[in-house]
Every structure is written in C-alpha cells, then in structure tokens.
Design a protein around this ligand. Structure first.
Ligand code: DI6
Ligand code: FE
Length: 414
C-alpha cells in the first residue's frame, strides 16, 4: 500500500483556535483569532492564521478542531523545590497558633526538618513522594519544570535529589531542568564552620554533579539566614569555570545586593526580589537577567513588602512568575494560582502573568529557543484551554480549565 506523504505537510493541525502566541515583538499576548498550529516530528512548523495564509497540511495530516478554544504555549514553572521528603503541615499549624518561622527554625524545624526527611528516604521513595506534585503541575498545562536540589546539604544528599529530578523526565511527558542549590542553608553540623561547608560540600559537590551530568544551572540563597554575596561569589566562579549558568534567590527578606551580584555574573534569573532597590532593578534589566516573582512564598509568609514591579517595568526587566513549590514557604503546586496571586498581590497584568509563565519563564531557564512561545521551529509544547478569554486563566482561584496538554507534539493529558 502506498502511503500518502506530503513532504511539506504536518502530522497534526490544531485548527479553529484562538492563539496566544506570546511572540516577542507582538503586543500583549500576540493574540490571533481563527488560528492553527501545525506540528511535524514534535515541532511547530506553523502557528498563525488559517484564513490569511494556508497552513501546511496534506491529506495525511490529522486535523484537530479546537472549537474556538484558547491555545497557549505549555506553561513553564521556572522555580521549584519539587523533590523533597515529607511536609511541614505541623509547622503551618504552629504558625497559626502564633509561633514564628524563625522560632520554629531555632527549635530544629524549618529547612533542616525537610533536610532530615529528605535524607531519610531512598531514591525510589523520594521519587514516589515527588510524582503527585509533578502531576498536579502537569494537570494544569505545564510542559517544563525547573527543580532545585537544596534539601540534602551533603554531597550524597544533593546528588540524590538531582538524580530523582532527572528520572522524572523519563516517567512523565515533561522537560526537567535542574539547579544545584547546595548553598540553600548551612546544615547544623557546619554551624560553627560555615566556610568549611562551602569548601567541603558546596564546591566539590558542584563539580561532581556537573561531571555526572546532573546539573543545568547553579543557584544560591542569598539572605541573612543563608549566604552572603561574598560567600556566593566563589560558587558562581566555579559555575562559570564549568560553563554553567547561574541564578539566585535574592532580596526575599532583606536587601543584601544578591540581584546585583547575579546580574554581574550574567545570571539567567534573580528570584523573589521583594526588597530589590532601583539600582538592582536596573542591573537586572541591563544584564537581561529575568526577575522571577514568587507570590506563593510572599503569601504564605504573610509578607508586607511587595516586589518593586513598577521599577522593574520602568527599567525594562523581564518578569516571570513561578510556584517556588517547597514544603516550608510555598506549598503550592498550581501555576494558575501563582498567576492569580501575582496579579492580585503584586499588580501584574494578565499579559504579564501569562508571559511570565510561558515566554519569560522559558527565558529564565535559557530555553527560549526551545519552548515558551508558539513559533515555527520550537518544540510543540502547548495547552488548549476551555476558556473564552486569557484573563479567565488568571482570574479564577482553584479551577482548572485545561482541555488538552500537548508535549513535543504528543497529546498527553487529561
Ligand atoms: N526561599 C524560601 O523561602 C525557602 N527557600 C528559599 O530559598 C525556604 C524553604 C524552606 O523553608 O524549606
Ligand atoms: Fe525557592
């Protein structure tokens, strides 16, 4: 039997859709009514109008009618601590009873409690605890997830987390990017010799993680309760020597100048930023470092000072939004809810929220050439939503209007 193959045609055409292309240079979301996306070999070969020009289809192309639904790039969660053991619901209750985050940490809770719970698990159990969180993200149209280590705080513990993160990619239809975050906290056994933690664990662990192909970027928590800029420099220097991009948790609870340092190293992103000043905003914009806003942590900690969104806009910085999914300060596994929080608490527009969880989040991972917008040449990662307008994705709380998720051209959910 002769197969009818047209060399120019796609294998699938998703037609009759409202496209939010998120293309750079187009205003807002780059919305297009009556659009189609044509996919071949897992990549987008056409994303545009089906009236003004003819999408490249042949008689073997599978036609999928989207019924006028909204089609966006698959979402990208560019900041998570998804791989961790246990939970801290009891600490949440204690805070409701009046205890503070700092008090709980002094009593052996906080990050250190999660380090104990994570290190107590074997790799398979850690994976099993992580999968439901990943599935919650994917169920809302996510196609790419960044995952940090940082709850091992020993070389073996950090490598285990990174291995689990890598394994997720073979178990689910998702792209995973890993960040090495051994500089997350000083473990109790090193409390009296912080410098040794850096030289004995953080730096050699990074070299090992890199040699084993486990790490895509290097992160650090630059804060009074964590590491100073002076302590972060040597970590970033090693990253640079290894050819790894850097990012930084910066200005979450105070202004130590972490964002400026990150910008000086050409960081992919600086994240949190509640206490960022104008100079820091300008530095991020100049360096092209994405400002990643994490409203889940702001909300959970009941912070008062919001990130300087107006200054970031005025400076021309790129804005992204992520869940920061972690068991202590942001037990959030919904990027849709993160968007709502970013809009309501930080004043982001709908367009900023959606760009912030697609194009800008991809940029924050160095993946803009691969995903994050609907453009020919990119991976066919997109989501079809049962909504009338893009604002509906941001405005609802706790409702999931996902109709289809497509990853590398394959229909993967619901
Ligand atoms: N920023 C945070 O808010 C968390 N880590 C970080 O870098 C805290 C994580 C925790 O409490 O477990
Ligand atoms: Fe974080």
């Amino acid at each position: 039997m002769e197969a009818k193959v047209s060399p120019g045609g796609g294998t699938q055409c998703w037609r009759n859709a409202r496209l939010a292309t998120l293309r750079e240079g187009l205003p807002g979301l780059g919305l297009l009514e009556g659009g189609a996306v044509v996919v071949r070999a897992g990549r987008i070969i056409y994303a545009g109008s089906e009236k003004e020009s003819r999408p490249p289809i042949s008689d073997t192309t599978e036609i999928i009618d989207c019924g006028g639904r909204l089609l966006t790039p698959a979402l990208v969660d560019c900041h998570t601590h998804l791989v961790h053991g246990g939970h801290r619901a009891r600490e949440f209750e204690r805070r409701l009873e009046g205890a503070t985050y700092a008090q709980i940490a002094r009593e052996g809770g906080g990050i250190v409690a999660t380090v104990r719970a994570t290190n107590a698990l074997g790799e398979d159990d850690l994976l099993a605890q992580t999968l439901p969180r990943l599935d919650a993200l994917l169920a809302e149209g996510v196609g790419t997830v960044e995952i940090k280590s940082g709850y091992g705080l020993s070389i073996a513990g950090e490598l285990k987390i990174l291995r689990v993160a890598r394994r997720l990619e073979s178990l689910r239809a998702v792209r995973i990017r890993t960040s090495y975050l051994a500089a997350h906290a000083v473990p109790p056994e090193y409390a009296a010799r912080r410098a040794d933690y850096l030289s004995e664990v953080v730096l050699p662990g990074l070299a090992q993680a890199h040699a084993q192909g486990l790490v895509d970027a290097v992160d650090g928590f630059c804060e009074g309760i964590a590491f100073s800029t002076a302590e972060m420099r040597p970590v970033f220097d090693v990253a640079r020597r290894l050819g790894l991009p850097v990012k930084m948790h910066a200005e979450q609870l105070s202004n130590l100048g972490g964002a400026k340092l990150a910008a000086a190293y050409g960081a992919l992103s600086a994240d949190h930023l509640e206490y960022l000043d104008n100079e820091g905003a300008t530095a991020l914009a100049r360096a092209g470092t994405v400002a990643v806003l994490l409203p889940g942590a702001f909300y959970t900690l009941r912070e008062r000072q919001t990130p300087p969104v107006a200054a970031l806009r005025a400076a021309g910085a790129h804005l992204a939004v992520a869940t920061d999914c972690n068991p202590g300060t942001s037990p959030l596994t919904s990027l849709l809810l993160a968007m709502n929080l970013a809009a309501t608490l930080f004043g982001l527009t709908v367009a900023e929220c959606l760009a912030g969880t697609t194009r800008e989040a991809a940029r924050a991972l160095g993946l803009l050439a691969e995903t994050g917008t609907l453009e020919p040449g990119k991976s066919a990662d997109f989501a079809v939503w049962d909504v009338e307008s893009p604002a509906e994705l941001v405005y609802r709380l706790g409702f999931n209007p996902l109709y289809r998720r497509v990853y590398k051209g394959a229909k993967v959910t619901p």
